[in-house]
Design a binder for this molecule. Structure first.
Ligand code: C2E
Ligand code: CA
Ligand code: CA
Length: 532
């Protein structure tokens, strides 16, 4: 079946709404990720800062340990002691020079110069004296003012001290090890003197912006600062934007999946499938009475829809909808299955009675319908003779369609089904239909019964319809009998098959069985349905 233009329009509208919602989801995900982004930035930098400081501390430990043998004894700067200093420099990692220091802060012997006399800065000396573990660090600017040296000082037990000179690039190396942000500016401050730079460039003396993230070593007078510049933030955000992108895509996919399912479930064709699956549809039975016998000779099966939201929906509303949406086949199959189940469950009651099933115009045009019903009932004449198929007279068919419908009706009749023309007298094609197909039963529409007043025109029409049916040898059923007067009037005209509220309203199976008991139906009725 082709799709209608309004379906395309509706789908385009839904897609637009979906796109709008997805855009909102992405936006929200990005907004929600902003605090997350700051939290992650902070936690990433904290991790890096703490581990960089740990590496610096470990390096200072190693260097100080290499000085321990030099300060364990008093020294005089003898050639052999100078040789010991040089050997220690040679063995120590990155140490350039070692000096021996007297308690007053005089470097009296170095690995490079041998005996010498250099006074260390008073500030460094006082810090060193205050250090509980006899260790300190100092960042010293060379006389030229450009280069810096890093010194590790260690105090020995007999007033002997030593220091090791290290190029400050070591700090750069230690901070930069495994550092994922080579462009992030940082500074290492040793006892208040700062060296700043980035991982891949040499450190230079400099002050950091006040807007920095700082970490302090607990063992050494070392502070590490990261400068979170806008440029770095942008680069970091770009690197991290895959997180909201992935989350946004995930949420959007879930949302699209759920809303597509919801739309699919809410779509009308799916609603019918849903109703069938969830047993929201029920078949009601309305007795067709034989007034001579005083009991039902059959029952018309009428669909009811117990909608969970809208309550009971009339078939006048949902049958045309089901026809439009191509779901009438499934609904009719359901009615046929209910009929077969009822016949098989109630063989005594159904012995000489029939069940009337409404067959919509759409199904008569479906060339597989007759074949499907015949296949379902198989060769079981037992089932077939208990079924009456009603087709409404008001079949607005083209000539071609009418031919197809008549072919289907013949097929069904040849198979043994009896066929009734429903709502007779309301359409335009009634007579034409009677001419073209030998119906077994005529159901005269309720409008004629309603207007069954002695002076009304309808009476003349009714009489002519009854005469026509008699002439063609068809059984007449009068629909919509609501009063005793209508029933009497019909009886006077020889119509004794009545259906209407006067006798009983359509009812569910459970009520039908108790209703049958009240009308005292015990024995099967010998009627037109059962020649068996
Ligand atoms: P219909 O085939 O003409 O069915 C008879 C309708 O008249 C039923 O309406 C029934 O409840 C109503 N009726 C019976 N006695 C009286 C009465 O004394 N007075 C009045 N005013 N009404 C009476 P219902 O059940 O609402 O069904 C309406 C229509 O829906 C049916 O008209 C039939 O065309 C269609 N329908 C119902 N079930 C099915 C089905 O399974 N398949 C198809 N294709 N159509 C169905
Ligand atoms: Ca009917
Ligand atoms: Ca009818």
């Amino acid at each position: 079946m082709g799709t209608k233009p309004q379906d395309h329009g509706k789908r385009a509208g839904l897609n637009r709404l979906l796109l709008r919602d997805i855009a909102v989801i992405y936006l929200l995900t990005f907004l929600v990720s902003v605090p997350f982004y700051f939290w992650k930035l902070h936690s990433d930098l904290t991790g890096l800062g703490v581990s960089a400081l740990a590496r610096i501390d470990q390096f200072v430990d190693q260097t100080a340990n290499s000085l321990v043998p030099l300060v364990s004894q008093p020294k005089t700067c003898s050639p052999s002691e100078v040789a010991q200093l040089r050997e220690t420099v040679f063995r120590s990692y990155r140490v350039k020079e070692i000096g021996l220091i007297r308690p007053k802060g005089e470097v009296f012997c170095t690995s490079n110069l041998g005996p010498t006399s250099i006074q260390i800065y008073a500030k460094t000396l006082s810090r060193w004296h205050q250090a509980a573990d006899g260790r300190t660090l100092a960042l010293v600017r060379a006389k030229t003012g450009r280069t810096h040296s890093l010194f590790v000082y260690l105090q020995g037990p007999h007033g002997m001290g030593a220091n090791a000179l290290i190029p400050p690039d070591v700090l750069n190396e230690l901070v930069g090890k495994g550092f994922p942000f080579p462009e992030l500016p940082f500074a290492v401050k040793v006892a208040g003197n700062a060296l700043a730079g980035v991982v891949n460039a040499p450190l230079e003396a400099g002050e950091m912006d006040p807007d920095t993230l700082s970490f302090h070593s607990s063992q050494n007078p070392v502070e590490l600062q990261f400068l979170v510049t806008p440029a770095f933030q942008r680069a970091y955000m770009l690197e991290q934007c895959w997180i909201p992108l992935v989350l946004g895509s995930l949420f959007s996919a879930i949302y699209a999946f759920i809303s597509r399912r919801r739309v699919a479930r809410q779509s009308l064709p799916a609603t019918f499938e849903w109703a069938l699956k969830n047993k929201e549809l029920e078949v009601f039975f309305q007795p067709i009475m034989d007034t001579d016998l005083g009991g039902p000779l059959g029952f018309e099966l009428l669909l009811r829809w117990h909608h969970p939201v809208h309550g009971i929906i009339s078939p006048m509303i949902f049958i045309p909808l089901a026809e439009q949406l191509g779901k009438i086949g499934a609904l009719t199959d359901f009615v046929i299955e209910t009929a077969i189940g009822f016949i098989e469950k109630n063989p005594g009651l159904m012995k000489s009675r029939y069940l009337a099933i409404n067959v919509s115009r759409q199904l008569l045009l479906d060339e597989h319908f007759a074949e499907r019903v015949c296949r379902r009932c198989g060769r079981s004449q037992h089932l077939i003779r208990h079924l009456l198929l009603e087709v409404t007279e008001d079949l607005a068919f083209s000539d071609q369609e009418m031919d197809r419908a008549i072919t289907q009706l013949h097929l069904l009749q040849q198979h043994g089904f009896r066929i009734a023309v429903d709502d007779f007298g309301t359409g335009y094609s009634g007579l034409d239909l009677l001419r073209r197909f030998p119906f077994d039963v005529v159901k005269i529409d309720k409008v004629f019964i309603k207007e069954l007043l002695p002076e009304g025109n309808a009476v003349a029409l009714l009489d002519s319809m009854i005469g026509l049916a008699d002439g063609l040898g068809m059984v007449v059923i009068a629909e919509g009998v609501e009063t005793a007067q209508q029933a009497d009037s019909l009886l006077q005209r020889g119509v004794n098959h009545h259906q209407g509220f006067y006798y009983a309203k359509p009812m569910p199976q459970s009520v039908l069985l108790s209703w049958l008991a009240t009308v005292g139906v015990a024995k099967p009725v010998v009627a037109m349905a059962a020649e068996a």
